[in-house]
Ligand binder design. Structure first.
Ligand code: SF4
Length: 341
């Protein structure tokens, strides 16, 4: 983990909006989201399914299937990725920013050996011989913890375990030493022991390559183990963000508090049910007026159903979108158009 939270932002998402056109009309899946990722920093984007966290990650690489960026900016190295042409975007993908997904089986081609796929990824962005690329592939497979990589390189995806396939995906993502790795629920399909191993691989490669990591997860346990900074999403908006230790140790937004209450701890009595958050994330076709969390919030009062909370600054870069913090001495962040990490 990198604790240098004052480094220059590498990726800066400003007031991002993403729309999808559906049979029932246009819906906004991401509504004015702002946060940044610094060099060598791990930022976790957390929230339930349907909160807009994965859509935000996909928007960075313009991989929105059926969706479009309808507002805001995605600043990368001085360029707005939302405006970049197809050729420029292709160069950014894989070369500067790489992505790994939840299900490696759908990202790996079952017809080719994993070695072939790592070699292809290397040669797509670098002019090196097949032999040199194969040596580099063996090195990468070794770094991500594939045992006996010199012989496993010729294995096909179905011959590897789920955890090994995810390691191969990390090797492919690292093939061109990206400056930012985006991991969308990379361990959700894995059991707890393998999850811990894959997270350890991510941490190790991040240290070695000095890669920034944007981790999308619904799991506060993963956030606690991995991230320097956490951005909590609810219904297409950021509701809280700040340094991980502070947000997890003292969550200020009622939604963050509820998410944390649903995380098992070593002292959790397994005989008791975890405190699940009542209700469901609202449909994008019908987001509640006022605070979007008010139908589920245990602290809601009448005004929460009619007054839309701004983002209130809590000091030290922390923000919360809750009327309880309206009188915070540090003021309103939304009024100046962006939050900053
Ligand atoms: Fe809960 Fe009201 Fe705060 Fe929304 S504004 S999180 S409903 S207390």
């Amino acid at each position: 983990m990198n604790s240098d939270l004052d480094s220059e932002p590498l990726l800066q998402i400003e007031d991002l909006r993403v729309e999808f056109t559906t049979a029932a009309g246009t819906v906004e899946a991401v509504s004015g989201v702002s946060f940044s990722v610094a060099e060598n920093q791990t930022v976790a984007v957390v929230g339930e399914s349907g909160s807009g966290k994965s859509v935000t990650a996909l928007a960075v690489l313009r991989l929105l299937d059926g969706g479009r960026i309808s507002g805001g900016r995605v600043l990368w190295d001085g360029r707005d990725l939302a405006e970049l042409d197809t050729r420029g975007m292709r160069r950014v993908r894989g070369d500067e920013i790489a992505m790994i997904f939840q299900d490696p089986m759908s990202s790996l081609d079952p017809l080719y050996s994993v070695g072939h796929q790592v070699v292809e990824a290397i040669r797509l962005h670098r002019r090196i011989s097949k032999r040199a690329a194969r040596e580099r592939a063996i090195e990468l497979l070794d770094q991500v913890g594939i045992p006996d990589p010199r012989s496993r390189i010729d294995a096909y995806p179905h011959q590897l375990s789920g955890g090994q396939r995810q390691r191969v995906m990390i090797a492919i993502a690292l093939a061109c030493s990206p400056r930012l790795l985006i991991a969308d629920e990379p361990t959700t399909a894995l059991d707890v022991t393998i999850e811990a191993q894959v997270l350890e691989v991510l941490r190790t490669v991040q240290r070695e390559y000095r890669t920034a990591l944007l981790l999308v997860t619904h799991d506060m346990g993963v956030v606690a183990e991995t991230a320097d900074w956490v951005v909590v999403f609810y219904a297409g908006q950021v509701v809280e963000q700040g340094p991980t230790a502070e947000v997890l140790g003292d969550p200020r937004h009622p939604y963050s508090t509820a998410l944390l209450a649903a995380v098992p701890t070593p002292t959790t009595d397994k005989a008791l049910p975890l405190a699940a958050i009542p209700g469901a994330v609202p449909s994008l076709h019908d987001t509640p007026d006022g605070c979007r969390f008010h139908p589920r919030c245990p602290q809601a009062w009448d005004e929460c159903a009619t007054t839309t909370p701004d983002l209130y600054a809590l000091g030290g870069g922390r923000t919360s979108r809750c009327l309880l913090h309206r009188a915070a001495p540090h003021g309103t962040v939304a009024a100046v158009g962006r939050e900053s990490a």
